[in-house]
Design a protein. Structure first.
Lengths: 130, 130
DNA sequence: CCGCATCCCCAAAGATACTG
DNA sequence: CAGTATCTTTGGGGATGCGG
């Protein structure tokens, strides 16, 4: 993972790509962060904490994170049903990095927003509109 | 950004969400990382370093990063055309974090992959297949 | 009532071809 | 060389429904 060597591609030998790609998942980071903050969370609790994520997407995000071994899912055979989510050890180890990212965002957010705005106005807004 | 307070939602007051969402962009991190490693890169160089990204997607990723002020795009009025990409200062400030993420990935990748595999076999593969 | 699953839509990713 | 134009595919996201 140094420079371009051998094949000319950093990527193919780089399993990192897979993990990074996993966080291409729009809500993965935020989900991990929130579970990390809360310690133990239930599904609807999470859902309330992340209002702009539909339960369907939240569910699939959680499933992916569980599959990757980053979170633990504990189901209680009760009525009404109860499912708890918490970070695994490996998930915990990722938490500091996410926190740093969050801090970076807090620090640089304004600048990014401003720059984005300028960029919009300098270039044709019609082409760069969302 | 502590626990659930006031509104019950961490997010609405959390600009972090916006930045994170920006990196929901599948290739943003890797692109930043590679540009950071290389220092100054030209488009096709990047394209060669990231073979599984189409030029269309690469182009739009670069544009987004430029709009956010994370990379600088320098165009030379030459024939053949020449465009150079490099990190801005704010982009540089993000680089250490991405490197840490990369290291984390290198360390934990195998475990994640293994866990993912087990998860697949334990649950119905037909339902969890990509 | 909780934790999803199913249906459907749309934006973003991907492949391919083609220009200034 | 550095992209854009065009078309197809994938997956995020809302609405709704359903089993436990």
């Amino acid at each position: 993972m140094r420079k371009k060597e051998e094949t000319g591609s950093i990527i193919e030998m780089c399993p990192v790509r897979n993990v990074i790609a996993r966080f291409g998942n729009k809500w993965a980071f935020l989900t991990l962060l929130i579970i990390g903050e809360q310690g133990i969370v239930r599904f609807n609790e999470l859902s309330r904490l992340m209002p702009d994520v539909s339960s369907r997407v939240l569910s699939s995000t959680l499933r992916t994170l569980e599959a990757d071994g980053l979170i633990d899912r504990k189901v209680y055979a009760e009525v009404p049903p109860k499912v708890e989510y918490r970070l695994t050890e490996i998930g915990q180890s990722l938490l500091p990095l996410i926190r740093q990212l969050t801090e970076w965002a807090l620090t640089n957010m304004k600048h990014v927003m401003t720059h984005r705005q300028e960029y919009r106005t300098h270039n044709n807004p019609d082409k760069n509109r969302r």
